[in-house]
Design a protein. Structure first.
Length: 323
C-alpha cells in the first residue's frame, strides 16, 4: 500500500469532505493560491473555487468570528491558523463564542467549526512561532481537542472533526507534516475521544500524543534492548480524554510516564497525572513522571531548542528512574 505524508493525509481529508458536503468551506491566511504556510491546502482553490477556499486578512479574531457566524448559519467551516501561536488573537471568538453558544442557546444552536493549528517547535522559529498551546483549550468546556500522531489518524480524525456538530481544535505538529504512513481506507472516520494502544508492554505505560507518540515509541524500542517492556498509549484526543483506556493501561503496568511537547506547568500532563492519582492510585508502584518542555520561551538556537524540548534520551531516563 502506498504511503502518504501527514500533510497530504490532511489535504486528502479536506478534499473528500468538501466533495461529500458542499457546506464545508476553508478560511485562512494565504490558503488559496499560495496553498497555506505549510502547503496543506495547495491547489484546493482550483478544485473548489474562491467561494469555498477563502483567503482572509491578517486578522485572526475577525476570520474566526466569520467562521463562527458561518457555522451558526449552517456551514461547516475549517479555519487554518498560520501558526498555533497566533490563536491567542482569536481567544474571545473561540473560548467565549464558539465554545459557549450551544449552551447559551439551550442546545438550539450548533457550531460545527474546525480550527487547524500547526503547533510545536524544532524548526528554529523562536518563542512566538513554536508553541504547543493545546492545554489552554483542554481547559475550556465546549471545545473538543484532537492531536493525531500518524497520517492515518490525521486523515480519519479530521473527517470526524468536520462532521462533528461541536467546535474542534485540530492540533497538527509541524514536524509531522513530512512523516509518511499508510491511509488504508479513505472512508475511515476515527472516533473522537478514543485513545489507542500502539505498543503493548508490561513494565511501564508511556502516555503521549501528537509528535511525542513517535518519540515514546522510539524510547520504548531502545529500552527493549535493556530488558524493559514499555506500553505506549497514543491519546489522540485530549478533550474528551479517554480516561478508561489510560486507567486500564496504568493498572496493568503499575507505572506511568507522560510525554508532552507543551510546557510542564499546568499542562495536559498535569491533568493526566491527576486522573491517574484519582482513579489508579492503588495500582501504582511508583510516582507518575512527566517529560515536557522546560517552562521557558522556545529558543531559536537549535542547540537550545534541543536542551529544553523532550527527547528520546529524556524519556528513557524517566522510565529508568521508575524501575
Amino acid at each position: 500500500m502506498p504511503q502518504v505524508t501527514f500533510a497530504d493525509a490532511i489535504r486528502a481529508a479536506l478534499i473528500e469532505e468538501m466533495k461529500r458536503d458542499e457546506r464545508v468551506i476553508l478560511l485562512g491566511e494565504d490558503i488559496a493560491l499560495y496553498g497555506g504556510a505549510f502547503r496543506v491546502t495547495r491547489d484546493l482553490v482550483r478544485h473548489f473555487g474562491p467561494q469555498r477556499v477563502i483567503n482572509t486578512p491578517i486578522s485572526e479574531n475577525s476570520f474566526v468570528g466569520v467562521a463562527v457566524g458561518a457555522a451558526l448559519t449552517g456551514m461547516r467551516p475549517v479555519v487554518e491558523m498560520m501558526f498555533m501561536d497566533f490563536i491567542a488573537l482569536a481567544m474571545d471568538q473561540i473560548v467565549n463564542h464558539a465554545a459557549k453558544l450551544h449552551y447559551m442557546y439551550g442546545g438550539q444552536a450548533r457550531v460545527p467549526l474546525v480550527i487547524r493549528a500547526p503547533a510545536g517547535a524544532g524548526r528554529g522559529y523562536g518563542p512566538s512561532h513554536s508553541q504547543s498551546l493545546e492545554a489552554w483549550f483542554v481547559h475550556t468546556p465546549g471545545l473538543k481537542v484532537v492531536a493525531p500522531s500518524t497520517p492515518r489518524d490525521a486523515h480519519g480524525l479530521l473527517k470526524a472533526a468536520i462532521r462533528d456538530d461541536n467546535p474542534v481544535l485540530f492540533v497538527e505538529s509541524k514536524l509531522l507534516y513530512g512523516v509518511k504512513g499508510e491511509v488504508p481506507d479513505p472512508d475511515e472516520v476515527v472516533p473522537i475521544g478514543r485513545a489507542a494502544v500502539v505498543r503493548e508492554g508490561e513494565d511501564v505505560t508511556l502516555l503521549a500524543y501528537s509528535r511525542m507518540t513517535g518519540l515514546a515509541i522510539e524510547a520504548a524500542s531502545r529500552l527493549e534492548g535493556e530488558g524493559l517492556d514499555c506500553e505506549v498509549l497514543d491519546l489522540r484526543t485530549l478533550a474528551p480524554l479517554d480516561e478508561e483506556t489510560v486507567v486500564v493501561s496504568v493498572a496493568k503496568t503499575r507505572r506511568a510516564v507522560i510525554v508532552e511537547e507543551d510546557t510542564r506547568r499546568g499542562g495536559v500532563g498535569a491533568e493526566l497525572a491527576a486522573v491517574i492519582a484519582e482513579r489508579a492510585f492503588r495500582h501504582l508502584d511508583s510516582p507518575v513522571v512527566r517529560v515536557a518542555c522546560a517552562d521557558v520561551p522556545i529558543p531559536c538556537s537549535p542547540a537550545l531548542e534541543r536542551a529544553v524540548l523532550p527527547s528520546v534520551e529524556k524519556v528513557a531516563a524517566a522510565v529508568k528512574s521508575l524501575i
